[in-house]
Design a protein around this ligand. Structure first.
Ligand code: SF4
Length: 88
């Protein structure tokens, strides 16, 4: 699974962090980012969109999907390994 978070859309309410704390975290600026990703904070903020492939240390798939569904502004997008988007 590929996870993308659009920081331009994120309002920092923390719903995703409460559900999937192994996968999402809030930056000091109140924007969500993805744990276990390779990108540094500067790169994340430049593009405004962060993405990360799933890893064994992240939350289970169902929890990540639940967290994405809980986002009040639809800032989280999930994709299968073939890059087809998972409908939420
Ligand atoms: S649930 Fe959505 S708006 Fe809230 S912190 Fe996560 S990505 Fe941002």
């Amino acid at each position: 699974m590929l996870i993308k978070v659009d920081q331009n859309v994120c309002i920092g309410d923390g719903s995703c962090v409460m559900i999937a704390a192994q996968s999402f975290k809030l930056n000091p600026d109140g924007k969500c980012y993805i744990l276990n990703e390779d990108l540094g904070p500067e790169e994340k903020n430049q593009s405004g969109v962060v993405e990360a492939p799933n890893t064994v240390t992240m939350d289970p798939r169902d929890i990540i999907i639940e967290a994405a569904r809980a986002c009040p502004v639809g800032a989280i997008h999930l994709y299968e390994d073939d890059l087809s988007e998972i409908s939420l």
